[in-house]
Design a protein around this ligand. Structure first.
Ligand SMILES: CC(C)(COP(=O)(O)OP(=O)(O)OC[C@H]1O[C@@H](n2cnc3c(N)ncnc32)[C@H](O)[C@@H]1OP(=O)(O)O)[C@@H](O)C(=O)NCCC(=O)NCCS
Length: 401
């Protein structure tokens, strides 16, 4: 009889572990990323923020978190632990290694005082069990440029220049900074990340052209040209702080006469189709969860955001992963909330993942009520929750991590 395989040992990482971590990441995600890009991400890892699973000398699992600053509805900015590089070797899968690492990593996140943990999911079925809910949605849209005609009511604000992005780094960073401070899901971007984006390395182009840049005082579009005929524009980042900048940039992009399609990743409320006489010219080619949230400090998180209506409600929140839910009195007046523990009878039963999905206003309470994942004894409470939790500014993730 063979002896049972010992469980991998969990420990923190040291600098000496990074080569093995890079190899594991490359193996699990199927690509080697350029060293400068990895070094940039490494600078963003939180203090003692890496948990490794080791089998003898081999690193067979890892999970780390970045030290992020995340904007919530109303413009307050909270520290957030951004989980990334979550991977388990194919030789050690489905033995509970991820679960073990997640218990450890969330203990660290709690001890460090982050009110939010956030991640992007490689697969949609993994993270619900750990109390994460999809909080922002991104849509892939493709415009048939030759058929795009601007609606006569839509202005032509102008003010867009063609520039070399790397020579305008400070202006791009300033525009992004203004945008992220007022957008739920906006993330602080360190200078090193801007430098990495604008370095525009050949390996990061994935067969596309070098980066082009359209610049307006209040917005910018970075894009590549792709395809055999070099006739597809892929916008890699479009940031507009004003409506005028958004319209002006789209007028410039759709003025690229020799291009056939212009594609962009955006949020579901982007008014792009309605700038045109024929909204169907803007095809939605994909729609997916982007940022997932686990609320790790319910009172702090709920008190940080702003709300659309007054409300008095007792929330009962379950957490099957770490039992970090609880029962809270949520009192909202003039957009601000007080959230305190209570023993009072609950008005709403839900779980931490659903609360994460509602937090940015990117998902509606009625949808979860329909699915019976949010249960109210009084059905008139659902529309009141809707108005309270809606966000004036649509949620959009600042960047993937
Ligand atoms: C996803 C991954 C980290 C899972 O690691 P693992 O050690 O096999 O996971 P565990 O055995 O600890 O499983 C934990 C739980 O998640 C579930 N699970 C694991 N992988 C899953 C998947 N791909 N889809 C759905 N559920 C999954 C398990 O069934 C288990 O459920 P339970 O504890 O509720 O019974 C690993 O398969 C991997 O590295 N995949 C490739 C890289 C990747 O996708 N990383 C995630 C980046 S966001």
């Amino acid at each position: 009889m063979t002896a049972p395989t010992p469980a991998p040992v969990l420990r923190s990482a040291t600098d000496a572990d990074w080569p093995a971590m890079r190899l594991l990441a490359a193996t699990c995600f199927g690509n080697f990323r350029p060293s400068p890009t990895l070094e940039m991400w490494q600078t963003m890892v939180a203090e003692d923020g890496v948990v490794l699973a080791c089998d003898g000398p081999d690193v067979v699992g890892m999970a780390l978190y970045l030290d992020l600053w995340l904007t919530v509805p109303g413009g307050e900015i909270l520290p957030a632990a951004g989980l990334s590089w979550v991977a388990v070797a194919p030789t050690h899968r489905r033995r509970g290694v991820l679960r073990g690492m997640f218990v450890d990593v969330h203990r660290r996140i709690g001890a460090a005082g982050y009110p939010l943990a956030a991640l992007l999911a490689s697969e949609g079925g993994i993270y619900g069990r750990f109390g994460y809910g999809p909080a922002t949605v991104e849509q892939r849209r493709s415009v048939l440029r030759r058929e795009a005609i601007f609606h006569p009511d839509v202005p032509d604000p102008g003010g867009v220049r063609i520039v070399a992005a790397a020579r305008h780094a400070a202006q791009l960073a300033d525009i992004y900074e203004r945008w992220r401070r007022c957008t739920p899901g906006g993330l602080f971007t360190p200078e090193a990340m801007w430098n990495e984006v604008l370095a525009d390395r050949e390996e990061a182009r994935d067969g596309g052209s070098a980066l082009f840049c359209l610049l307006h005082d209040d917005g910018f579009a970075l894009y590549r040209v792709r395809g055999e005929e070099r006739a597809s524009v892929e916008v890699t980042k479009l940031t507009a702080v004003t409506v005028e900048a958004h319209i002006a940039l789209w007028r410039a992009l759709l003025g690229l006469d020799l291009m056939q399609t212009v594609s962009v990743t955006t949020h579901p409320a982007d008014p792009l189709p309605y700038l045109l006489t024929n909204p169907r010219v803007v095809r939605t080619t994909g729609s997916e969860d982007a940022l997932w949230l686990r609320i790790t400090d319910i009172p702090r998180a709920l008190e940080a955001r702003r709300y659309g209506a007054d409300l008095d409600v007792v929330l009962d929140v379950s957490d099957a992963f770490l039992d970090h839910g609880g029962r809270y009195q949520l009192t909202i007046r003039n957009g601000r909330a007080r959230c305190t523990p209570t023993d009072a009878a609950p008005d709403v039963h839900t779980d931490l993942g659903v609360l994460g999905s509602l937090y940015f206003g990117g998902h509606r309470p009625a949808v979860f009520a329909h699915a019976r994942r949010l249960r109210c004894a009084d059905p008139t409470l659902v529309p009141r929750l809707e108005t309270a939790f809606a966000s004036e500014v649509p949620a959009e993730l600042g960047y993937g991590f």
